[in-house]
Design a binder for this molecule. Sequence first.
Ligand SMILES: C[S@@+](CC[C@H](N)C(=O)[O-])C[C@H]1O[C@@H](n2cnc3c(N)ncnc32)[C@H](O)[C@@H]1O
Length: 339
Amino acid sequence: MHGMNSPTVHPAQRIVDLGFGFILSGALSSVAELGVADKLVQGPRSAASLAEELGVHAQALYRVLRLLASVEVFSEDAAGLFSLTPAAEYLRSDAPGSLRAAVRMLTQRIFWAPTGEMVDTVRTGQTPFDRIFGKPFFDYLHHDPAQGAVFHQGMSSLSDMENGAIAASYDFTGLSSVVDVGGGHGGFLIEVLKLAPQVRGVLFDHGQVLAGARIAQAGFSQRCALEEGDFFQAVPKGAEAYVLKRILHDWNDETCVRILRNCREAMAEGGRVLVLDTVIPPGNAPHGGKVLDVMMLASLPGRERTEEDFRKLFAQAGLKLSRILPTPSALSITEAVAA
Ligand SMILES: C[S@@+](CC[C@H](N)C(=O)[O-])C[C@H]1O[C@@H](n2cnc3c(N)ncnc32)[C@H](O)[C@@H]1O
């Protein structure tokens, strides 16, 4: 039998490896949380010396690092010193494209705990999130600023991986105004503003999230306004394009129609809505959207959608699908115009 990464993995081993998968997520989560990678920037160190500085249990840390070193996150030498690998570099806080915040977010209890109850979700079709945390997903993040910060920083970090490539997959140069609805800290809008110098942007989200916006730091304050609000009530009026990036997948169909109608009502004549979510293709091939879809099933009322699903949503919101553009990421750009 061979490991998971081998193309000739035995079917029995595949099942066992899948069953063990959460151990790796837990190990990764712990080193991201503790900031272990930051402590290895100056060179290789023993688990004991790392543990002393971090104030953690030396043998426990050693065992976690030994496991991670077996999957190319850190590497242990013959003297028992651990060093960074190319993958571990992304766990540094200050590395370009750092994914430390993304790992903290992905392995946060808001995803982890409901996933542990998957069988009940499959029985009922309902996420146990509200029962476990006392409120729906975004209300909980809103009322717990510490958890909210981990989520929104993680979202920014994960989105930074894809934002440039997605923005470059659509021609924004002919547009004068773009609203990023639920745009988080503004990472995507910044890439649009860089590529399309005539665009004026509006970053629209909850006030608490906009407090972490990076628009000013990126030098775009003159061309981009921050507007606080609730996309269930209304979105800023009169723009040519409304971006919904990783938004519709958080919500059920009825709620999505409400958000889309608000965009339809607000948009300028000839305007468009750009849905940036995965579009699940038919067939068995692995696709990032399939994992994300089950994550949404576990913790949110949302889902990833097929092209047909999007057509139906648009039709109920006075819109029609005009085209779907692939991007180098797992997300596609699904464009809708007035029906
Ligand atoms: C999954 S995140 C996506 C963030 C960003 N578009 C990206 O791709 O990184 C969902 C965003 O929707 C925002 N959001 C949730 N409910 C909202 C509401 N009712 N009105 C405005 N924004 C909302 C959240 O604050 C969060 O920034």
